[in-house]
Write a protein that binds this ligand. Structure first.
Ligand SMILES: Nc1nc2c(c(=O)[nH]1)N[C@H]1C(S)=C(S)[C@@H](COP(=O)(O)OP(=O)(O)OC[C@H]3O[C@@H](n4cnc5c(=O)[nH]c(N)nc54)[C@H](O)[C@@H]3O)O[C@H]1N2
Ligand SMILES: Nc1nc2c(c(=O)[nH]1)N[C@H]1C(S)=C(S)[C@@H](COP(=O)(O)OP(=O)(O)OC[C@H]3O[C@@H](n4cnc5c(=O)[nH]c(N)nc54)[C@H](O)[C@@H]3O)O[C@H]1N2
Ligand SMILES: [Mo]
Length: 764
């Protein structure tokens, strides 16, 4: 019997013996070193491990595929600029096992789909191209030539190029990303959804509208000069551990830190820098000076409450706002203030879930300090009103003149290591016309001007059978996307699904009629082409472009680089290659950069600039108070407080990352910083809520979401009592993605609202 797409998409529901302990009081320190060594010992060859530790994020080394946090411009620690989770990412990629040729003979797609994501990931690196024929039960080896020929002939016979969707995850280097979008546009579509659509899209939208650039404005150096850093909706201890060193340095220079989060994340409480042995002995730095337990999606209400207090104090004669800056550089101040005054302070306080006392403490710090940085991540971007969240924090920065000066500004902390660079290179379903015109000028074809599908649109199009071919450059589309069952159906309706991947994942198992897996080199591996060893480049969260060069011998001889795969795809699929030198690009990547420098601002002398070991900064208007908005000024915006009211029995659920995962890649089953071990199917609940509903700790429950009349259900989660605001709960991504409705997303940005899912919880 064959399993259905939904059955194959389900993550394992077998429990793995949950253990709950007290939440630790300190992050990183010796615990982190222990965890690294455990992971490295189990999965890596020791010689590779040493090579990696010495080269990771070093000048002239390679960029960690873990996250997009920047490396210091000046000194870098000799131990390596690595962190626990960066090393775990490396142990995952540079694993000492490969999937042998008998693996897919032994295990059918149906059998593999019964494995957990953790088990799939541990099966080893993909080592050669694979094909799943129509009606077939097992993947079979295929030659590269035959694989490209199959894709090419399918793409050439589509009636309309818009029937194909080309996804990108954010690890792809600048060179591969530039070529990929060039190929897709030359093929005739702008269907270029990417992981950013599920991630910081709302930040990009809000920042472009208000400050004229969809990227953050601060540099790492600003952290050392800031008076106040607000960290909102972000868990750096797990997801950007090297950011803790910057926060520590900020504190040493006299800065204060406020953490705004429904959870008191351990990394924000206390941090012991593993690269400072004395600190290891003395017990670390207290990071947050103030912790603000906002309710899920209570941030706009909280910001309104803060700003109402500020406005009242200004009216009382205090000099708080930077009126010179407001006058000279902003637009829309009066409309914003008039709208703000319509709100009732007590109502905002109640909706934020934060006490009046704590809000007053925030206000006191905001008044006292001149140089404010606001950092944020998924806690703000994955809501229906995500764009409002970000525009509202910009309002506060504008009031204080905290933009475009030292020690102040916006810091959307990016996820994937090159997600920002991919956008700069044109991976964008809604690329600006000016960029398309430049491509036309250089290559002689007319790129489609209409916007293509974002992630949500792509899934819906496949579900509606308007799209029939899916090609994924990295990532794990099925598990990362919302509404797993709907997405699984959508993928299964396709004629052909293709994944360019390093590791096996669930997207390879829920396929179209035919499927291909094209295995590629990882970031840590040497990339040798006809002209010799190749260098590539990436852009980090602060707009610095730097070189990255693999150092390990590739795990198999039968892998191609992402660049080579794109060139071969293009040559097999384009009826006319215009004046695009695919053969040349594959031979020598510096030729790709020669093209990029003529098309994208800031990349002049690209090959030359890349030789600077610390990389080079891209231009950033907001950083120098040049706002690329229609008025030429920064824009105050009018935003609404979320009116979503929970009914009796409902909870607001956020889906978050554990300490042992990278997105859909599961490194292990522990979440050490939250005191949860050996289990991922858990739901974090407030102890009072547990009591009130008559539940007990570790009880097995089902979770149901209802949205616009459609219910979605996930069975078998164990209750973990946790310090979380009342009526809020948390589960892990991707296990809970079945509950995230496909049609619930941020207005204008379409980021799925995976941090505010209304659910109810029932005993099983
Ligand atoms: N080790 C590791 N590193 C990673 C990743 C990984 O999976 N593992 N993923 C990478 C990627 S792609 C990304 S995008 C980033 C993600 O980095 P984060 O955004 O830090 O990741 P999440 O686990 O989604 O955490 C969201 C945080 O927001 C809080 N939160 C949720 N809802 C709200 C809200 O309504 N308001 C406020 N104020 N807070 C809220 C949660 O409690 C949680 O602390 O990390 C990147 N780095
Ligand atoms: N409910 C819920 N859903 C979410 C989120 C959430 O917080 N909650 N977060 C969202 C966010 S922020 C993001 S960014 C997305 C992530 O979405 P994706 O980027 O699609 O997912 P990943 O899990 O990062 O992709 C992992 C896969 O990438 C492949 N891979 C790894 N390295 C390489 C490489 O160097 N090259 C290639 N070609 N492939 C490689 C491996 O095969 C691996 O299995 O998920 C989103 N989904
Ligand atoms: Mo992300």
């Amino acid at each position: 019997m064959k399993l259905s797409a939904k059955e194959k998409a389900a993550t394992s529901e077998i429990f793995t013996n949950l253990k709950i302990t007290e939440v630790p009081k300190n992050s990183v320190g010796l615990g982190a070193l222990n965890s690294v060594f455990k992971q490295v010992n189990t999965y890596m060859n020791p010689v590779d491990a040493i090579k990696i530790m010495s080269k990771l994020n070093q000048k002239g080394g390679f960029d960690c595929p873990g996250c997009a946090w920047p490396d210091p411009d000046d000194e870098r620690t000799t131990l390596g600029e690595f962190c626990e989770n960066g090393m775990k990412a490396m142990a995952e990629e540079a694993q000492n096992t490969i999937i042998g040729s008998d693996f897919f003979k032994k295990y059918s797609v149906d059998m593999l789909s019964c494995w957990s994501d953790f088990e799939l990931g541990k099966s080893g690196r993909l080592a050669g191209p694979l094909f799943l024929p129509e009606g077939g039960s097992h993947y079979e080896p295929i030659s590269w030539e035959a694989a490209f020929e199959k894709i090419g002939s399918t793409l050439k016979t589509l009636k309309d190029p818009n029937q194909a969707v080309f996804y990108t995850s954010g690890r792809t280097t600048n060179e591969a990303a530039f070529l990929y979008q060039l190929f897709v546009r030359a093929y005739g579509t702008s269907n270029l959804p990417d992981c950013s659509n599920m991630c910081h899209e709302a930040s990009g939208k809000a920042l472009t509208e208000t400050l004229g650039i969809g990227k953050g404005s601060v540099t790492l150096d600003d952290f050392y000069k800031a008076d106040l850093v607000m960290v909102i909706g972000q868990n750096p201890g797990t997801n950007h551990p090297r950011m803790l060193s910057a926060l520590e340095k900020c504190k040493e220079h006299g800065g204060e830190i406020i953490a705004i989060n429904p959870l008191q994340e351990v990394g924000l409480v206390k941090f012991t820098n593993p690269q400072r042995p004395l600190k290891l002995l003395k017990g670390g730095t207290d990071i947050a000076d103030l912790y603000v337990p906002v309710t899920i999606n209570g941030d706009v209400a909280l910001f309104k409450a803060i700003m109402l207090q500020l406005v009242a104090k200004e009216a009382g004669g205090a000099a708080i706002f930077d009126h010179v800056f407001i006058e000279e550089h902003t637009h829309g101040y009066d409309a914003f203030i008039n709208d703000l005054k319509r709100y009732n302070y007590d109502d905002c306080v109640r909706k934020s879930g934060v006490s009046d006392e704590v809000i007053s403490e925030i206000v006191a710090k905001v008044i006292k300090h001149e140089r404010i940085i606001i950092c944020w991540a998924m806690g703000l971007t994955q809501h229906e009103n995500a764009v409002d969240n970000i525009r509202e924090l910009v309002n506060l920065l504008l009031l204080k003149g905290s933009i475009g000066k030292e020690g102040a500004g916006t810091c959307p902390v990016r996820g994937h290591s090159n997600v920002q660079g991919d956008r700069t290179m044109g991976i964008w379903e809604a690329a600006p016309q000016a960029f398309l015109d430049k491509l036309e000028g250089k290559y002689g074809f007319k790129p489609v001007a209409n916007h293509g599908y974002s992630v949500i649109d792509a899934i819906t199009a496949m579900h509606d059978k308007k799209a029939s071919v899916f090609i994924g450059m990295g990532g794990n589309f099925l598990s990362a996307a919302p509404d797993t069952n709907y997405t699984a159906e959508a993928m299964s309706y396709c004629d052909l699904t293709v994944h360019i991947s390093t590791k096996l994942n669930r997207s390879h198992l829920v396929t179209g009629k035919e499927a291909l897996i094209l295995p590629c080199l990882g970031r840590s591996e040497k990339d040798v082409q006809k002209s010799g060893e190749q260098v590539q480049s990436v852009e980090n969260s602060m707009g610095i472009v730097s070189a990255t060069k693999g150092i390990l011998t590739p795990c198999s001889d039968n892998l191609l680089s992402e660049v080579a795969i794109v060139c071969q795809l293009a040559m097999a699929s384009l009826k006319d290659s215009f004046s695009i030198n695919w053969q040349g690009y594959q031979t020598d990547y510096s030729l790709i950069r020669n093209d990029i420098q003529t098309l994208i601002k800031g990349f002049e002398n690209y090959n030359q600039q890349l030789k600077n070991p610390a990389g080079f900064y891209l231009p950033n208007g907001a950083r120098i108070r040049q706002f690329n908005t229609p008025s030429g000024k920064a824009l105050f915006s009018v935003n609404k407080v979320s009116e979503r009211v929970l009914k009796e029995g409902e909870f607001m659920m956020m889906t978050i990352r554990s300490h042992d995962q990278f997105n859909t890649t599961i490194y292990g089953l522990d979440d050490r910083y939250r005191g949860v071990f050996n289990e991922r199917r858990v739901v974090f609940m407030n102890a009072e809520d547990i009591k009130q509903r008559g539940f007990v700790a570790k009880q097995i429950v089902s979770i149901t979401s209802e949205y616009k009349g459609v219910t979605r259900k996930a069975d078998a989660f164990k209750i973990v009592p946790y310090d979380i605001p009342r009526n809020c709960c948390a589960t892990y991504f991707p296990e809970a993605n079945v509950l995230v409705p496909i049609d619930s997303y941020a207005h204008t940005a379409k980021t799925p609202s995976s941090k505010s899912v209304v659910v109810w919880i029932s005993a099983l």
